[in-house]
Design a protein around this ligand. Sequence first.
Ligand code: ATP
Ligand code: ZN
Length: 302
Amino acid sequence: MTPPAITRDRLRVAIQKSGRLADPARDLLASCGLTWRESRDKLFCYGESLPVDLLLVRDDDIPGLIADGVCDLGIVGRNVVVEYDLGRQAGGAPGALEEWRQLGWGTCRLDIAINDDERWAGAEQLAGKRIATSYPHTLGRWLSERGVEADIVTLSGSVEIAPRLGQADLICDLVSTGGTLAANNLKPVETLLHSEAVIAGPTHPLEDGRADIADMLLRRMDGALRLKETRLLMLRAGRDVLPEVLGKLPEGGEPTVLQVDGRDEVSVQVLCHNAVSWQRLEDLKRAGAHTLMVLPVEGMLP
Ligand code: ATP
Ligand code: ZN
């Protein structure tokens, strides 16, 4: 079904109401300068500083809201987006969603897990087995790509206890540390999908005033995401060892080299786009640097 043409001059973003993605999603939007007022029922937030409103929902509802044009963008796990679009495609409809940005947090994997004491010999071993999952379409695609026919048991939650309850022989579920699997005597053997939180949007560009608002929000988001990883590295070194020290600096911006008053010494500053490792600091120290400091960057206007 083609979504109805909706004209709006405010952008509507769907985020998870509560759960793993809820706080980081709000933090990200706040770091873009968005402030909001929450409705009494806590389902809707009216954007005060920008024409961007938030809809607080279950994460599973986010793809449908975007596909139907009720919301323009959503912050949701790739696992949910992929499952939704594969579900649509299974029903003969085209995919409706695209990842507009990858956010680098909320990372997890969709894994096949079997009993601890079983051996894993490959996907063929799954033929005829019952696999419990909340991701039937993603699992179905993976199995059919391998020509394996298995019985997919769709559960909406508590998938990891299905083998113990006799509902299934093994599971296909989200894993981050593996702790939950281990606690249920299961071990991961195959990864179907690497997931992280993404900005999901429609496959087509937004129309009317919303396109400009979305551009601005994404631009601010890109800045905020980049800044989060940016560090200022400062150090001191004798003039004689400066070439060696500069050679050991991480890739980043142009270093600024300042003469230290009354000494044969310089102070070096450089912006780094990633975390600076201990190994890197030790290499710099060996090259002759001292008084090394790594500082977070609060704001930047190039
Ligand atoms: P809702 O009530 O919104 O439906 P939920 O129980 O489906 O909540 P959460 O458990 O909060 O959702 O997980 C939300 C998302 O967090 C997942 O879809 C996934 O993208 C991501 N995630 C990261 N690590 C994990 C993990 N270990 N287990 C489950 N989800 C994870
Ligand atoms: Zn959910």
